[in-house]
Design a protein around this ligand. Sequence first.
Ligand SMILES: NC(=O)c1ccc[n+]([C@@H]2O[C@H](COP(=O)([O-])OP(=O)(O)OC[C@H]3O[C@@H](n4cnc5c(N)ncnc54)[C@H](O)[C@@H]3O)[C@@H](O)[C@H]2O)c1
Length: 254
Amino acid sequence: MGRVSNKIALVTGGGSGIGRASAIILAREGAVVLVTDLNLDTASETVELINASGGNSRAMQQDTTVENQWQEVMGSLRRQEGGLHILLNNAGVSNGSRLLKDTTLNDWRRVNAANVEGVYLGTKYGIELMEEDGSGGSIINISSIYGKVGAVGSVAYNASKGAVCVFSKGAALECGKAKNNIRVNTIHPGFIETGMTRERLADEATRKWSLSRTPIGRLGQPEDIANGVLYLASDESSFVTGAELVIDGGFTAI
Ligand SMILES: NC(=O)c1ccc[n+]([C@@H]2O[C@H](COP(=O)([O-])OP(=O)(O)OC[C@H]3O[C@@H](n4cnc5c(N)ncnc54)[C@H](O)[C@@H]3O)[C@@H](O)[C@H]2O)c1
């Protein structure tokens, strides 16, 4: 208990899956959590779960691809909570399974807007607000195993998650240069059972294949990633920046 007490956190895409589990764990460990999502109803459900068990949380609707909505969210944090210490840039989308020859420019732009532009905007405005407080902060950007290795039928997603990874290293170096005590890291989940993967993993052959590629012998749960988020959010990781935390049951070890 209390691993992130007295910290203010923002979780994007917090209405489902990894974002919801992370918001719950951060709140359980003492953070005040602002949960945002495209879907205000699901973000509000996360907040109800947190507040019902004694946490301190509120919800806002946010499309992370829209710049002025970031300015509104940061303004709201500044006025209501008084700052920001932990930012989880989690909101993201998949492109299903689509070969390069079938990937349209619109597919490409939609995936990269959500997965890359949203993370860029969040990191930019997150740093700005964290610097006001002066006590530093932790920015955690959700990449993927597919930001490290290629996959057939995932080229737009591959590109977006690879971008998140190296973008985050650049941002970490700029924060290091500014000596603002803000850390920027990425998490690379393997196959996690969430809303994003529910349909795909319901297909017997795909599930079997995913399990066969996961040496530890099970698929991941959102809490497996949320525990990594908690570590990177807490002061236990105060010497960790520009790093990649792979949580994939051994997928990338093969
Ligand atoms: N599930 C996996 O196996 C897996 C593996 C690797 C990486 N990831 C990444 O983890 C992150 C979370 O995914 P998840 O599996 O929990 O998926 P999910 O679909 O369960 O949750 C994603 C949430 O993000 C929200 N969202 C989508 N676009 C948004 C936008 N533009 N603005 C605000 N909110 C938006 C959705 O409404 C949803 O609530 C994503 O970045 C995803 O790419 C997931």
